[in-house]
Design a protein around this ligand. Structure first.
Ligand SMILES: Nc1nc2c(ncn2[C@@H]2O[C@H](COP(=O)(O)OP(=O)(O)OP(=O)(O)O)[C@@H](O)[C@H]2O)c(=O)[nH]1
Length: 864
């Protein structure tokens, strides 16, 4: 810095052609050119070797280029290209380039090459090119500077194209060692020389007719001999310096020109380096392309610098942190200000470059900045959305005003929430960005709708659950009582119960969800849900009833079997037809079983033929007696009842469905099955087994009752005897033979009476009973007579054995023999009852016979 500020010089290009990149970078920074925009001037000087170039620059600009010692002779002192800052031109910042002399003898064959390279470099980099030449060479054919000028002209033709807006290179000819010849005269002569030189060079076809002044702005100055007239020389340099100075000291002859093509100071070092790189490699230097290249590089660097500065900006960090935590007041404007500040910094530096290039990089910078800021913006949007949604939820949760519908409240609060969101958007939206807030708005709308839907569903769900419970309670209370004592129209009544409970619960449900905006289909769905719940409750009870089917069958059987038509317990008098009662009880049980096998409809719709057949088949179990129990005794009590006029019509219906081999119910869905056919068969089998015991007990009880009633003759007989045969009775009592005969006759008559079952026949009516008894009389006489003789025969045959036995066992057995004989006639009547019991259940044959035999024996004892 000191070196530059103090007029120190920097070798830009060394004698061997190396460019001092770092040095130039640093020099540009140190001299303030980097930050001067385009407010700087580069002046280069070209001319023959040892023509006093360095002397002129040092006196004109206050630089310290090395000068040849006048006493040591005219040898080359400047090698390569040197750079210094003018200390005498206050403004603009002026950089001065001293180029190696063009006719240096030491360089030999390479002179031309380096001369050409340095000329290219000077013309590309400098705003003003000083051509140092001796005044005495003006008008001379072989002037020392003329080859150099030809080179300048040729190089310039390659670098620049003439254009109205283009800055022409200022070519300042400085005539050294001026003579008394006026400058105007010198200029006239010199311009003639220049024209000849211009005409002599080979030009591209398009510039064949172009004038020298199309490419150059020609300026002139004449200076006195520095060695001989130093004071004049210094005075003239002061005047000349003014033409390099801007501001107060400037005049109309100023060399300073404004140009759009001028690169900013911060691109100068790069531009110089790139120009020399091209020049050094003997490539063609295309200045427009060069400027674009420099612009691209520098704009990219500027963009990166500004972006880095933005990232490091404490204000941005604070804003980003604030935005992540809560709604930041005026977030959008603050973010935009920071971004604008960054872009302004870029624009300030990039405005000198090609517009296309700088704008493209600016767009990149904007994109990068937006990528940095956008997450914070999105976070703000999310917070805004969250805030609006929270407020909405709180409002919706509040108690509704009387009569206000839920959908109306939801709509009102939703509108308010959206308005709040929209009004706060202005705080969040970053100006000059095209960030779309529509998705966030749509998301908020969606969130609100979702919350409304959730709230609505929760309420409707609660009410639906309550309605379902109410419907189930209604079904439970009625279904339990119906299943306790199932009527014949059980399922139609159950269907009505379900319908009624569902309807009542649905009415309450509809009232409770009014105002929640339920569509017709939704209401239908709720109805269906309530009905389904009611039906499921019905199924619970149905399955429960089916699971306890056996006990229910027994209860139903006992209701019919144990109680008469008035509901009074049966006493099993001899007049009771146990067979008919048993059949009726089993029919009732079978009907119940058929009701518990599967779920039926409401009875209004006709059941399918298959379902009816299945139902009939189950009921047919009662008509078939123990069919389902696997027994083959078709002559059971129930079977007998069926044979006496059972439901033949049912048999015909059931014929299409064979319950004994069926695996499933025809026409019944799995969900409606309560008991499978196998379970129904098993239940019925168990029921038959269990109910048989009750029948046996009833039969035994009836038999006992009948025997008890037979102990005394009928009253009319006793009265007749008393009135009509008292004398005979007394005679008989006194005559053992008569007594024995009468006794035998009584027993015979009694047996015939029982055999004919007179009481049962008479119970059917006087006339039918008389007819039946008349047909049964003779067979009964024959049968009793035969049995009497058989018994007598057996008795006589067994007498010796019994007398032996009686000898061994004493009197007690003798009494037993008497009982047997005395009870022989009664046995004939008992046998028919025993057969009935035996036929009731073959599996109980033995026990029943023993039991009845015991009962009969007991009765006989009592009779005796
Ligand atoms: N006749 C004359 N000689 C001068 C003038 N100015 C300087 N000189 C002399 O010319 C010689 C060369 O001076 P420099 O300033 O080193 O010339 P130069 O062109 O920079 O030399 P190189 O860099 O080697 O090409 C020195 O001896 C100076 O004294 C002048 O105005 N007239």
């Amino acid at each position: 810095m000191d070196r530059a500020a103090g007029g120190q010089v920097l070798q830009v290009v060394s004698g061997d052609g190396s460019f001092n990149t770092e040095g130039v970078d640093e020099f540009v920074k140190d001299t303030g050119v980097e930050s001067s925009g385009v407010g700087y001037t580069v002046v280069a000087i070209m001319g023959p070797q040892s023509s006093g170039k360095s002397t002129l620059l040092n006196n004109l600009f206050g630089t310290r280029f090395e000068e040849m010692d006048a006493l040591s002779g005219r040898n080359q002192t400047t090698h390569g290209i040197w750079l210094a800052r003018s200390t005498k031109v206050a403004a603009p910042t002026t950089l001065v380039m001293d180029l190696e002399g063009s006719d240096g003898r030491e360089r030999g064959e390479d002179d031309t090459s380096f001369e050409r390279q340095s000329a290219l470099f000077a013309l590309a980099a400098a705003d003003i090119v000083l051509v140092n030449m001796w005044a005495k060479d003006v008008g001379r054919e072989s002037g020392a500077g003329k080859p150099l000028l030809k080179t300048i002209f040729q190089v310039n033709l390659k670098l620049f194209q003439p254009a109205p807006s283009r800055r022409r290179t200022v070519l300042l000819f400085v005539f050294r060692d001026r003579t008394k010849t006026p400058l105007e005269k010198l200029v006239d002569t010199w311009e003639g020389d220049l024209q000849r030189m211009w005409d002599s060079i080979t030009k591209p076809p398009q510039y064949e007719d172009a004038a020298l002044t199309d490419f150059f702005e020609l300026q002139y100055a004449a200076l006195s001999n520095y060695e001989d007239r130093a004071e004049d020389f210094l005075a003239e340099t002061v005047l000349l310096r003014r033409r390099f100075t801007a501001g107060e000291g400037a005049d109309e002859s100023s060399f300073l020109r404004v140009s759009d093509e001028k690169l900013p100071g911060h691109a100068l070092a790069l531009s110089m380096a790139k120009v020399w790189e091209v020049v050094k490699e003997h490539r063609d230097l295309n200045l427009p392309a060069h400027r674009v290249m420099v612009a691209n590089i520098r704009c990219g660097e500027l963009m990166a610098e500004q972006l880095a500065a933005f990232k490091a900006d404490a204000a941005w960090h604070a804003l980003a942190e604030e935005a992540g935590a809560d709604l930041a007041p005026a977030f959008g404007q603050r973010a935009a200000d920071l971004m604008d500040s960054c872009l302004e910094g870029y624009d300030e530096e990039a405005r000198y470059f090609e517009a296309g290039v700088s704008e493209a990089r600016r767009a990149d910078l904007v994109e990068a900045l937006e990528a940095l800021v956008r997450p914070a913006f999105e976070a703000q949007l999310a917070l805004l959305r969250e805030l609006a949604l929270t407020v909405f939820k709180q409002q919706l949760q509040q108690e509704a005003a009387p009569g206000e519908r839920f959908v109306d409240r939801a709509q009102r609060y939703s509108s308010e929430a959206m308005e709040q969101f929209d009004s706060q958007l202005s705080e969040v939206v970053v100006p000059d960005t095209e960030w779309d807030v529509a998705p966030a708005r749509a998301q908020l709308q969606h969130d609100i709708s979702a919350h409304v839907q959730t709230t609505r569903l929760e309420h409707v769900g609660r009410e639906l659950a309550a309605a379902q419970k109410a419907a189930q309670r209604g079904v439970s209370s009625a279904a339990m009582s119906l299943f306790e004592a199932p009527p014949a129209d059980l399922w139609p009544r159950l269907a009505r119960v379900v319908a009624k409970a569902s309807s009542k619960a649905c009415a309450a449900l509809v009232a409770s969800v009014q105002g929640y905006g339920l569509e017709g289909a939704e209401v239908e769905g709720l109805y269906a849900d309530v009905a389904a719940a009611a039906r499921s409750q019905l199924l619970v009870h149905a399955h429960e009833a089916a699971n306890t089917a056996l006990s229910r069958l027994k209860d139903r059987f006992n209701q019919v079997f144990q109680r008469d038509e008035h509901g009074m317990p049966r006493t099993w008098q001899p007049s009771v037809d146990i067979t008919a009662v048993t059949a009726a009880g089993r029919r009732a049980a079978a009907q119940l079983l058929s009701q518990l096998c599967f779920v039926r409809g409401d009875g209004e719709a006709p059941a399918s033929a298959a379902v009816a057949a299945a139902e009939a088949a189950v009921q047919q179990l009662a008509e078939d007696g123990g069919g389902a129990s696997g027994g083959t005794s078709g002559s059971t009590a129930a079977g007998a009842a069926a044979g006496g006029g059972g439901r033949r019509g049912g048999e015909a219906e059931a014929s299409s469905f064979d319950l004994l081999s069926a695996a499933e119910w025809p026409g019944v869905g799995d969900e409606d099955v309560l008991l499978t056919p196998a379970q129904a068969r098993s239940t019925w089998r168990q029921f038959m087994s269990d109910s048989t015991f009750s029948v046996q007990q009833a039969l035994a009880t009836q038999q006992a009752n009948r025997a008890a009633q037979n102990r005394l003759p009928p009253l009319w007989a006793m009265a007749a005897m008393v009135v009509l045969g008292f004398n005979e009775f007394m005679a008989v009592l006194y005559n053992p033979l008569w007594l024995l005969f009468l006794l035998l006759a009584f027993l015979f008559a009694r047996t015939v009476y029982l055999e004919m079952d007179v009481e049962a026949e008479m119970a059917r009516g006087l006339l039918p009973g008389s007819i039946a008894l008349s047909s049964k009389f003779m067979p009964a006489i024959r049968k009793v007579t035969r049995h009497t003789f058989d018994s007598a025969k057996t008795f006589l045959q067994d007498a010796p054995e019994e007398s032996n036995t009686s000898n061994n066992n004493g009197n007690s057995n003798g009494g037993g023999g008497g009982v047997r004989r005395g009870g022989g006639a009664a046995d004939a009547g008992l046998r028919s009852r025993r057969r009935e019991v035996e036929m009731t259940d073959a599996s109980h044959d033995t026990g029943t016979a023993l039991h009845v035999g015991t009962e009969a024996t007991t009765s006989s004892r009592k009779d005796n």
